[in-house]
Ligand binder design. Structure first.
Ligand code: ADP
Ligand code: ZN
Ligand code: ZN
Length: 747
């Protein structure tokens, strides 16, 4: 049946994505009286009545009729934009994302907009302009007879034409005069779009005294920007090989063509140093989308990008949605980083979307990393990405050798082996800095009773509470709950409570005891809540004076601390026995990235890795091989086990008031899935339902069901058929479910 036969209503219909959890569009009529029916375009925002609410939606399609009858169709309240709010390539990427992630279209589009634009703010920046009221002008002579200053302003406006208040003030007139003229009806204010002009392409790049070495030049030559079409480059360069220099030179080429650059960095990589490194090199406007911006500042930044006045947009994951008038290049730094994946709501991968975006914009995209994800390496192997390799550090710095230190068979003092302590002494005495890495915040991960074995657990989660020393207390790192430290065991009343394991706070106090007057700087989420605090610590590190730097994952990325010559990894074992299939990949990336902080300038570096399982094959090969070789081995294993990137995963998560109700709900879905697979001949492996690795969090029971297929199209066909059924199922009160396509974190 042709589509038009299904239509009960014939005529122009706006199919609108409304911010709601429903996986569909809604039909509305255009407004009759607007007199510009042809002015409707997909991508414009509209204000609509939705139930009892007024919501801002986006036109996704314009149809010639509706399956609803005329009496059930409502007109939109108003059209908010003259032009689409999304640049063309971005809008195509968003349509792709709606389809790929099978997420409600209204939520996808509103995620892509800054908060103020979800609330009907204007896309253009409007400024107030004052002009004379021509109808009243004839009366001016008479009204202004006894007011020479007002008359002077009136004559000035008459001669100059409409002017902004600051220009009027600059010409020597006060705002009071302007108000007096307005009260007499002689002038009026109008809102006008701020005129926008792009940066000048000559001189937008400052001279740099760095000349690229051969491996950088070879990489740069391959990279295309601007109109050369879509190309994806995987820039695999060891830490300190000068990837950022390559990005900047490629960006310079785009900027000189008048094209904008979008740079995505990991959450903890967007430091003031990163931003200032770009600002120092380029003279065009650089907007940075960091978490410190308020909604108004975010809107301003977005407007500059949309209008084409910003040359460079730099931001974390959500910056991939920034509208760009003239895109020329996209850069994703540390492409392997897990923070590019959104972990709730619309669960997109900013890295994957950036590649799709570059394809839709027809431009180049660089994925850079010292430790590329297995997905990207596989894409390079298949010839989808061009693999650019920089195996050497730039300048005179050599890679630091790694050494394993067995802590199973020898005494450890405060977490450190004798060998590690001696090495720290040596490097500090030589006037250098030492980095100590431990990926656990707090004082200790466990509080336990030495009499009965009780451990402190969170009431809301199935998880142990972490002991904190500054200020003292027990914290749940999963739901945020905080309690005071008990004086005695709640189980047997014994006072012999002790801690197990080590966190950053405990290591900090041990280091202070041991190294006396050497400053110890702890960098973790607790100590860097204040930007000022972080800045003070970074300044101290950059001064180059000897110090002990102690930190978590936050230290592993992007920082360039030239005075560090020794890196000590306190405990490499947690990644060895992870239940997650990405555990080993993650461990290899972390160890390589942390080790990469050592010896980045002339001084040779050294890396010590403490472990209780020094004989473990993974650790051994990580030490003996480069990440490049190690990742090849991991890829071969993934192929054998048919796991990503050799297969595609989708994870259905469920949170419920009881463990049973969640599992039952997922069981129904599993049955439905089986039926669909039989009916349509789909090769899907279904795992579960089963409790999530973290069974209870924040008072809710968690379970999951996962689907795997070696054919992406088949997995997507299954989901497209299954989701309407799930949407239609009756869900028990308090049950919530969500779909995660290409999950990175199985917890
Ligand atoms: P990566 O991003 O690969 O870790 P960076 O681009 O941050 O490396 O470079 C590391 C350091 O080496 C920086 O201080 C940078 O200025 C310097 N550098 C990069 N390329 C060169 C070069 N060709 N000659 C001299 N110094 C360089
Ligand atoms: Zn006890
Ligand atoms: Zn908790």
């Amino acid at each position: 049946m042709p589509e038009s036969d299904r239509y009960l209503y014939q005529g122009m219909i706006l199919r609108i994505a409304v911010p709601s959890p429903l996986r569909r569009l809604f039909d509305y009529l255009p407004i009759a009286d607007s007199g510009r029916a042809t002015a409707y375009q997909p991508g414009q925002r509209v204000l609509v009545s939705f139930g009892r609410r007024k919501l801002v939606g986006v036109i996704l399609e314009i149809a010639t009729g509706s399956e609803l009858k005329a009496s059930r169709l409502k007109p939109i309240d108003s059209l908010l934009d003259k032009d689409p709010v999304f640049s063309e390539g971005l809008f195509r990427m968003l349509r792709w994302a709606i389809n790929y992630y099978q997420h409600p279209p209204g939520e996808v589009l509103s995620t892509a907009l800054p908060v103020k634009l979800r609330q009907a703010a204007s896309v253009q920046q409007l400024v107030e302009i004052w002009q004379i009221n021509s109808q009243a002008a004839a009366k001016a002579e008479q009204l202004l007879q006894r007011a020479p200053r007002q008359k002077a302003l009136f004559d000035w406006l008459h001669k100059q034409g409409p002017a902004a208040p600051d220009r009027i003030v600059a010409a020597g007139f006060s705002r009071a005069l302007l108000r007096q003229l307005q009260e007499k009806g002689l002038t009026q204010a109008v809102q006008q779009a701020l005129s926008t002009s792009p940066w000048t392409t000559e001189g937008c790049v400052r001279q740099s005294d760095i000349s690229l070495n051969d491996q950088q030049l070879t990489a740069l030559e391959k990279i295309t920007v601007g109109e050369k079409g879509f190309n994806c480059f995987l820039l695999e360069g060891v830490t300190g090989s000068g990837k950022t220099e390559v990005y900047m030179q490629a960006m310079a080429r785009a900027l000189k063509l008048g094209r904008q650059c979008l740079v995505l960095v990991p959450e903890i990589g967007l430091t003031p140093q990163t931003i200032s490194r770009f600002e120092k090199r380029f003279k065009c406007p650089v907007v940075s989308l960091h978490s410190g911006l308020n909604d108004t500042e975010r809107l301003q930044a977005w407007r500059q990008a949309h209008a084409g006045t910003a040359g460079i947009v730099i931001g974390t994951r959500s910056a991939v949605f920034t509208s760009l008038a003239r895109p020329g290049l996209i850069v994703i730094d540390e492409e392997h980083d897990a923070s590019f994946k959104q972990q709730d709501g619309f669960r997109y991968s900013a890295r994957d979307l950036a590649v799709v975006r570059a394809r839709e914009e027809g431009i180049g995209v660089i994925l850079g990393s010292a430790t590329p994800s297995l997905e990207s390496l596989y894409n390079a192997d298949r010839g989808r990405y061009q693999h650019l390799v920089m195996p050497q550090r730039s300048g005179s710095a050599a890679s630091a050798p790694m050494r394993l230190v067995d802590i199973e068979n020898q005494p450890v003092e405060g977490g450190f082996s004798e060998a590690a302590l001696l090495a720290m002494d040596k490097h500090l005495q030589a006037g250098n800095q030492v980095l100590v890495f431990i990926n656990r915040r707090g004082y200790a991960p466990v509080l336990h009773c030495q009499q009965c074995g009780w451990t402190a657990e969170c009431d809301n989660c199935i998880a142990q509470l972490t002991v904190h020393a500054q200020p003292p207390g027990l914290h749940c790192h999963h739901c945020g709950k905080q309690e005071s430290l008990p004086r005695a065991c709640p189980n047997c009343a014994s006072r012999q409570l002790g801690t197990l394991g080590l966190g950053t706070q405990q290591i900090e106090s041990r280091l202070r005891d041991r190294f006396g007057d050497v400053p110890v700087l702890r960098i973790d989420r607790d100590s860097t809540r204040s930007r000022k605090n972080l800045q003070a610590m970074l300044d101290q590190i950059n001064s180059g004076a000897p110090c002990l730097l102690l930190g978590t994952q936050m230290l592993a990325k992007g920082h360039h601390f030239p005075a560090i010559t020794l890196v000590v990894i306190v405990d490499a074992d947690s990644g060895l026995f992870s239940a997650d299939f990405r555990g080993q990949e993650l461990m290899a990336q972390t160890v390589t990235q942390v080790a990469g902080r050592a010896g980045r300038s002339e001084q040779a570096g050294e890396v010590l890795i403490q472990s209780r399982h020094c004989g473990h094959e993974t650790l051994q090969s990580l030490i003996q091989l480069s990440y490049a070789d190690f990742s090849r081995r991991l890829l071969a294993e993934r192929k054998l086990t048919a796991m990503p990137p050799f297969a595609w995963l989708a994870l259905l998560r469920c949170e419920a008031r009881s463990a049973e109700s969640g599992l039952q709900f997922l069981q129904q879905i599993a049955q439905q899935q089986q039926q669909l697979c039989q009916q349509f001949g789909l090769a899907i492996e279904c795992l579960g339902p089963m409790p999530a690795p973290m069974e209870k969090r924040a008072g809710r029971f968690r379970s999951q069901l996962s689907f795997k297929s070696e054919q992406r199209a088949q997995l997507h066909e299954l989901l497209a058929r299954l989701l309407p059924d799930i949407d239609a199922m009756k869900t028990p009160a308090g049950l919530r479910w969500s779909l995660d396509i290409d999950p990175v974190d199985m917890i």
